[in-house]
Structures are given as C-alpha cells and as structure tokens.
Design a protein around this ligand. Structure first.
Ligand SMILES: NC(=O)C1=CN([C@@H]2O[C@H](COP(=O)(O)OP(=O)(O)OC[C@H]3O[C@@H](n4cnc5c(N)ncnc54)[C@H](OP(=O)(O)O)[C@@H]3O)[C@@H](O)[C@H]2O)C=CC1
Ligand SMILES: O=C(O)[C@@H]1CCC=N1
Length: 298
C-alpha cells in the first residue's frame, strides 16, 4: 500500500476513520493501518473515556482525540465509524450518538454483539446503513491478524459494495481476511482473535520448560517464539511441501517425530495431560462466552 486509501461514495470523499474507543484493539488497528499508509494520522479520529488515554494518543501524534463521544460524533457526521469499546459499554455509546445522525457505514469489532442487535440498538440506523462485524486481533499492529468479517448483503443499500470492498481492504492491510456467515462468527473469533493469548501462553510454557532444564530465559523466549513462527509458516507456505487445503496437519507432525526419538515422547506427554482436549475446550469456552454475551446484549 503506497498511499492513503480514500472512500469515494459520492457523499464523503476521503472520509475520516472514527474510532469509538481507543484501547488495546483500536491501538492495534490504528498502528497497523497507519503503518501501511491505509490512512494518515490526521484522518484518524478517536474517542476514549479518560483524559489519561487521550493524552497517550496525542503523544503518539494523533490530534483528533476526544473524551466526549457525543461531541466527536457531532463534529464528524460523515465518517467511517469503527466501534472499539467493550460490549458492556455499547449501550452507553448508543446513547452518545446524536439522534439526528444518519451514518452510512459502521464497523463493529465487539465480541458477542450480533448484527441484528447492532441494527436494533443503533436507533438511527436506516435501511441505508451498511453494518459490518469484523473480528481482528492484536496482531493487526504488525499486519498479521487473521480477521473474520460478516455482513448482511442488501442490494437496496446505496453503494454497499463500495463499503464492503473498503472494509475488506482495511482488513487486508492488517493481515488476512475471511468472510464467514455470522452463525460461525463466535468459534472463528475464538481461534482468530482470542487464540493469540493462548499462543503466548503456549510459547511462555515452552520457554519455562527449557528454563527449568537450565536454558537462559532470553534464549528460551527467542527460540520458543521462532519455533512457533516457523511451524505456522510451514503450514501456510506451500514451499514446505504442505498443502493446507488437502493435507492433514499430522503429516508435518509425523515428519518431526523420529521413530523411537525425542519428539514422540513429548507427544505422549501432551496426550497424557489432555493437550488437544484442553485447546478444544478453550475454543469452545470462548465461543460459548460470546454466545452468552449475545443473549444479554439483546
Ligand atoms: N483485545 C483484543 O485482542 C480484541 C478485542 N476485540 C474487541 O474490541 C473491543 C475493545 O476491546 P479492548 O480494546 O481490548 O478494550 P480496552 O479496555 O483496551 O479499550 C476500551 C476503550 O474504550 C474506551 N471507552 C470506554 N467507554 C467509552 C465511551 N463511552 N466512549 C468512547 N470510548 C470509551 C476506553 O477509554 P479509556 O482508555 O479512557 O478507559 C478504552 O480506550 C471489545 O469489544 C472486544 O470484544 C476484538 C478483537 C480482539
Ligand atoms: O477477550 C475478548 O473478549 C476479546 C475478543 C476476542 C479477543 N479479545
């Protein structure tokens, strides 16, 4: 990406990107898309709750920072709105939205707030508003997120294809993107957005294991992180001889396990301690939590 991306929909040329919420997820998104020059800093607008957070953003060179969401939304009546607050704060955001507002394009990254709830709760949303649910991850900051996206296609919405294309380009600038049906959104969130936390835990555990055996902490951390990166790259890069569309992951695992060797002993230990089951349960627990949140968000 060489230049700042413009959204030309006839009504808003070069529309600003307005982030409602400026915490961890917004920081990863903004860092990632500014680094790729998808948007310039002066076209980013952010609202946060506290002056302390606002000051942090200003120190990073962002000038359009607000601690009053209503004031921000009144100042930017035509924009691309990205809702980045916690789901529990969504009702507060709804009540901060000017009643006469008629937004055309809203992106929500909130876990556990489905599209029908978004449309129902944002009372000003008309039949002419495109709402997109996007689930990126903290890896957006380095352009390495595995983002998922869903939306309801409506041919009656003016310029909807333009908005969808823009959202897709936004997601591509922070990593990869999969468009999925909303019914699969929560399990996809678990493996795309929550799993970085579990992977950090896994890498930390690898390092701990080696430190327990006497390896220095710094070396252990670097070796563990690189080993996980290399393994993931082998799955995604067909030059490894692996075809992710056709082959089972076990094919690569088996290449590492020399008969009578060291690795298969580790496989045995992992199986004994319920490794796969623990991971499957983690995905299920995160997904179920999002299902429960969706019920209370109604
Ligand atoms: N963290 C992650 O890896 C991911 C998070 N998400 C989603 O992103 C959303 C945000 O999560 P995360 O960034 O982790 O949370 P944080 O707690 O880090 O950030 C929340 C932000 O919202 C701000 N805020 C609170 N109330 C308001 C308000 N009324 N108006 C405007 N801003 C407000 C806070 O301001 P202040 O800083 O002043 O308190 C803070 O900047 C969640 O819905 C989550 O589901 C999605 C994918 C991954
Ligand atoms: O923990 C959460 O709820 C958010 C959504 C996915 C990742 N973090």
């Amino acid at each position: 990406m060489t230049g700042s991306k413009e959204l030309k929909d006839g009504s808003s040329e070069n529309a600003p990107l307005v982030f409602i919420g400026g915490g961890n997820m917004a920081a990863a998104l903004i860092t990632g898309c500014v680094a790729k020059r998808f948007v310039e800093k002066d076209r980013v607008v952010i609202s946060v709750r506290t002056e302390k957070s606002a000051e942090k953003w200003r120190q990073k060179g962002y000038v359009n920072v607000f601690t009053n969401t209503l004031e921000m939304l009144e100042k930017y009546p035509t924009a691309i709105y990205i809702i980045c607050v916690k789901p529990q704060i969504f009702n507060e955001v709804v009540s901060s939205w000017p009643v006469n507002s008629r937004p055309k394009f809203i992106v929500s990254v909130m876990a556990g707030v489905p599209l029908p709830t978004l449309s129902a709760k944002l009372p000003f949303v008309s039949g002419n508003t495109t709402i997109i649910r996007m689930m990126p991850s903290v890896a957006s900051s380095i352009g390495a997120a595995a983002t998922t996206m869903c939306y309801e296609k409506n041919d009656k919405i003016e310029n909807q294809d333009t908005y969808i294309k823009y959202a897709r380009e936004f997601a591509e600038c922070i990593g990869t993107v999969e468009i999925i049906p909303e019914r699969c959104f929560n399990p996809a969130m678990a493996i795309g957005a929550s799993s970085p936390a579990w992977t950090f835990m896994y890498i930390e555990s690898l390092a701990d294991g080696a430190v327990a055996q006497g390896l220095g902490r710094a070396e252990a951390k670097r070796i563990a992180a690189q080993a996980v990166l290399g393994a993931a790259q082998m799955l995604l890069n067909s030059e490894s001889g692996f075809d992710i569309e056709k082959q089972h992951f076990g094919w690569l695992k088996d290449q590492v396990c020399s008969p009578g060797g060291t690795t298969i002993e580790g496989v045995r230990a992992l199986e004994k301690h319920g490794f796969r089951s623990a991971v499957i349960e983690a995905v299920s627990a995160a997904s179920k939590k999002a299902d429960d949140m969706a019920k209370t968000a109604k």
